[in-house]
Design a protein around this ligand. Structure first.
Ligand code: F6R
Length: 245
């Protein structure tokens, strides 16, 4: 696993965006695995900039997202479909038919089955990841076991609390989501995880220090990937280094 320590979050996102852009430049019909959340925002802003400056073409790109809340329709401002449309897809020349965010509405069992099938269609060339303060990747929450494939997940109290910053009140945060499974995430040809913020220090310590794979910190599985990069800023790195296990 490659670890890159940068001067700040903005630089981390520039580097992650460049990695994604390089994949698309080398393979114009690349399949991108995408994440939502606060951290990913500036990665997408950099990709939009590359597109506007004529250095990136999304016309043949396809995408698949990691997760979606159950119960939020695509037009809800906190749904991950809405996030992707507004933070990336509406600003570049991607064909929305080639973008996939699992639906959190209607027949959830069917949606999970569709998601699993969709993941299998074609390998992801590069998967962008964030990390929860509890170590989750996508919405694979800490547990005694991890699941291989897409599934319904009950969000932990800490995730609901962390994500309540995007909602008017904590009561509006969905308690359930559909997430890609661990094996599906790991089947991407390359992974790039960006982390920032002091609340992530303990989880990131588990990820970048020591050699333990621990389902109570799901991010640690990416140590097993042959082409994974973790990008963190120096402020977070210093905190990580000063944490106790
Ligand atoms: C969202 C996702 C999550 C987030 C994580 C970090 O699609 O996969 O794992 O990456 O919760 O979120 P932020 O960046 O908001 O701290």
């Amino acid at each position: 696993m490659q670890i890159i320590v940068t001067e700040n979050y903005e630089r981390s996102c520039e580097i992650a965006a460049k990695m994604i852009a390089d994949v698309v430049r080398a393979k114009p019909d690349a399949r991108l695995g995408l994440a939502t959340g606060g951290t990913a925002g500036a990665v997408y802003a950099n990709l939009i900039k590359e597109y506007r400056e004529g250095r990136l073409d999304f016309s043949k790109v396809s995408t698949i997202n990691l997760d979606e809340y159950i119960g939020l329709p695509p037009e809800h401002p906190q749904s991950y479909r809405y996030y992707m449309d507004h933070n990336l897809f509406n600003h570049v020349n991607i064909d929305k038919q080639n973008t996939y965010v699992v639906s959190g509405m209607g027949d959830i069992e069917q949606n999970v089955a569709d998601f699993r099938r969709k993941v299998q269609e074609e390998p992801v060339d590069i998967q962008l990841l964030g990390i929860g303060a509890n170590g989750h990747i996508a919405f694979n929450e800490p547990d005694s076991v991890l699941k291989e494939k897409a599934h319904v997940v009950e969000l932990t109290e800490s995730t609901v609390k962390a994500n309540s910053r995007f909602f008017d009140s904590i009561d509006e945060v969905p308690r359930k989501a559909i997430t890609m499974g661990i094996r599906e995430i790991m089947s991407a040809k390359s992974l790039v995880l960006v982390a920032t913020g002091k609340e992530k220090a303990q989880a990131v310590r588990g990820l970048i220090m020591g050699d333990v794979i621990d389902s109570r910190n799901p991010s640690t599985v990416i140590k097993l990937h042959h082409n994974a990069t973790v990008i963190i800023d120096n402020a977070l790195y210093e905190l990580v280094a000063s944490q106790k296990d």
